[in-house]
Ligand binder design. Structure first.
Ligand code: UTP
Length: 471
C-alpha cells in the first residue's frame, strides 16, 4: 500500500498535509521513516497508551522478592560466595563475560549538551563517565588476564558524537577491537491527539525506545552473534550514569552462573518507602519490578515485625544477563515486552513549517524497560549490594542523584579504599572525608588493588587537600 493510503487509513491527517508541502528530498526522508513503522502495532499502542493512561494493575499475590544477603550472614553463604567469586574470576579469565553499557538515553534531566558519557564526572581530574568506565574495564581485563569486550549502546541521536569522542580520545587506551558500538531502536513521539509529529523538516520526532530496546538491538546489530562466536556467555549490564558500579563483578557473575540464572539483578535496601527505586516483587512465581510510582502506599510502607520495610529491595539497574536468554527472547526478531508511557514536551514543526517548543507536555514517548525481561526468565537471582560501593546515579545537575552527589560518593569510596590500604584520611565532624581524593580506576579497580597500590607508599593527606592518584 502507498504510504499516503496507510496514513489515511490510520488517520494521520497532519502528516498527509505536511508531506504535501514538503520539498521532494525532505518528503523522501520522512517517507522512509514512515515505511519502517509497523502501523497496525502503532495504532494499537496509540489506543492503549496515548488515548488512555494505562494503569499498572497490582497483582493480588504480590510478595517481596527473596534475595541473597550481602555480606553473607552464615558460614554456608560465605562459602557459597567464595566459590562464586572464584567461578566469576574464572569466567572472566576465559573471556566468557562481556560488559554492556546503555548510553542511548537523552539525559534531559542533567541538561548537558552532548552524550551523557562525555560528561566530566571525576572530582579532581574531571575524567568523563566514558573514560572512567574505559579505565575500569582496562584494569579489570588486566586482572583477568584477558581483555573484556565492551558493547556500547547508543541511539541515532548520539551515536556519531559518541563514536567520535572515543576515537578522538584514542579509546582511552583500550583496543578498539574490543569495543563494539551499536544503536538502539527509535519510536515516534505521539501527540495527545494521536498524530505523529515532525521533529524537523525532513524527520519525524523520534526518541530512543528505552533501555529495554537493548535486547532487540543486540540481536539486530549482530552483537549477539558476535558474542556467541567469541564464546561470551554472560553480559555485565550497567548504565552510563553510574560510575560507582563495578563494571564486572566476579561474585555477582559467579553467583549468576552457579544459580543457573538467566537474568540477575543487584538490589539495594531502600532508605525509605518512597525512595525512587523500582521494587523487586514476586507475582505468579516470577520476579517482577513494580515501579516506585506504581507501588500502592500500603505496600510501600508495610513493615516487618523488626521494623524493616517488607518491600525492601530496590533496583539500581545493575544486571548480569545470559546471552542465551536474550537469544531466546528475541528469536522471532520481536521484543514481547510492555511499553511505558512518558509524557514529554516534544518540539515539533507546525502546519506553517515553524518549530514549536511547547511549555506544557504535548506528546507521549513510549519506552520499554530492561527489567520487564525479569518475569520472562525461567530462573532469576537477586543479590543485595552495598550502596556506597555500587550506586551513584548522575541524573540531575544538582541535588538528589546529581553530579554533585555522585562525586561525593566517588570521593567517599576512594577515601575508604585508601584507609583500607592504611592511609590516614582526615574526616569532618559528620564523618565525611575532609579532602577530595581520586583513585584512577586504571590502577585501582577494587579494594585489593588499593592495598597493593599504596603498599610501601607513605602518602599523607592534609585536611582540605585535593589529590588524584594512579595512572
Ligand atoms: P534514564 O532513565 O535515566 O533516562 O536512563 P535518560 O534518557 O538517560 O535521562 P533523562 O530521563 O532524559 O534525564 C537510564 C539509563 O538507560 C539508558 C540511559 O542512557 C542511562 O544509561 N537509556 C535510557 C538508553 O540507553 N536508552 C533509552 O532509550 C533510555
Amino acid at each position: 500500500m502507498a504510504i499516503s493510503d496507510t496514513l489515511k487509513q490510520y488517520g494521520q491527517l497532519s502528516l498527509i498535509a505536511a508531506l504535501e508541502k514538503a520539498a521532494p528530498a525532505d518528503k523522501a526522508a520522512i517517507e522512509k521513516q514512515l515505511d519502517a513503522i509497523n502501523w497496525a502495532e502503532l495504532d494499537r499502542l496509540i489506543k492503549e497508551y496515548v488515548f488512555q493512561k494505562p494503569e499498572t494493575a497490582i497483582p493480588d499475590d504480590l510478595t517481596p522478592a527473596p534475595f541473597f544477603p550481602f555480606p553473607a550472614n552464615t558460614d554456608e553463604l560465605k562459602a557459597r560466595y567464595a566459590e562464586a567469586e572464584k567461578v566469576g574470576n574464572e569466567l572472566l579469565a576465559q573471556g566468557k563475560v562481556a560488559a554492556l553499557i546503555v548510553a542511548g538515553g537523552q539525559g534531559t534531566r542533567l541538561g548537558f549538551d552532548g552524550p551523557k558519557g562525555t560528561y566530566p564526572i571525576t572530582p579532581v581530574l574531571k575524567k568523563t563517565l566514558f573514560q572512567y568506565f574505559a579505565e575500569s574495564l582496562a584494569r579489570a581485563g588486566e586482572k583477568a588476564g584477558k581483555p573484556i569486550n565492551w558493547y556500547i549502546m547508543t541511539s541515532e541521536l548520539n551515536d556519531k558524537p559518541t563514536r567520535d569522542f572515543f576515537a578522538a580520545n584514542n579509546y582511552f587506551g583500550l583496543n578498539p577491537e574490543n569495543i563494539m558500538f551499536f544503536t538502539q531502536g527509535m519510536m515516534p513521539a505521539i501527540a495527545y491527539n494521536g498524530q505523529l509529529l515532525l521533529g524537523g523538516k525532513d524527520t519525524l520526532a523520534l526518541a530512543p525506545n528505552g533501555h529495554g530496546g537493548t535486547l532487540l538491538a543486540l540481536r539486530k546489530s549482530g552483537a549477539l552473534d558476535q558474542m556467541k562466536a567469541n564464546g561470551v556467555e554472560y553480559i555485565s549490564y550497567f548504565q552510563v550514569d553510574n560510575p560507582l558500579v563495578p563494571v564486572v563483578d566476579p561474585l555477582f557473575i559467579g553467583l549468576h552462573h552457579l544459580e543457573g540464572s538467566e537474568i540477575s539483578a543487584r538490589m539495594l535496601p531502600k532508605t525509605n518507602p518512597y525512595e525512587k527505586l523500582g521494587n523487586f516483587c514476586i507475582t505468579g512465581g516470577r520476579l517482577q519490578i513494580i515501579e516506585y510510582s506504581d507501588m500502592p502506599a500500603e505496600l510501600a510502607e508495610r513493615r516487618k515485625a523488626d521494623g524493616t520495610l517488607d518491600f525492601l529491595a530496590g533496583s539500581p539497574a545493575i544486571h548480569v544477563i545470559s546471552r542465551e536468554f536474550i537469544e531466546r527472547l528475541t528469536c522471532d526478531g520481536q521484543l514481547h515486552m510492555p511499553w511505558h508511557r512518558a509524557d514529554k514536551k516534544v518540539a515539533y514543526i507546525n502546519e506553517n513549517g515553524d518549530l514549536v517548543k511547547p511549555d506544557e507536555t504535548n506528546a507521549v514517548k513510549l519506552e520499554s524497560f530492561i527489567f520487564d525481561a525479569l518475569p520472562l526468565a525461567e530462573k532469576t537471582m537477586v543479590l543485595e549490594g552495598c550502596r556506597e560501593e555500587l550506586f551513584a546515579p548522575t541524573k540531575n545537575a544538582t541535588g538528589v542523584d546529581s553530579a554533585e552527589s555522585c562525586r561525593a560518593m566517588l570521593v567517599a569510596r576512594d577515601a575508604r579504599r585508601m584507609e583500607l590500604a592504611g592511609i590516614k584520611i582526615p574526616r569532618k565532624a559528620d564523618g565525611s572525608p575532609d579532602c577530595i581524593v581520586e583513585l584512577s580506576p586504571r590502577s585501582v579497580f577494587d579494594d585489593a588493588d588499593a592495598i597493593e597500590f599504596f603498599k610501601n607508599n607513605s602518602v599523607t593527606i592534609a585536611p582540605g587537600e585535593v589529590k588524584a592518584f594512579g595512572k
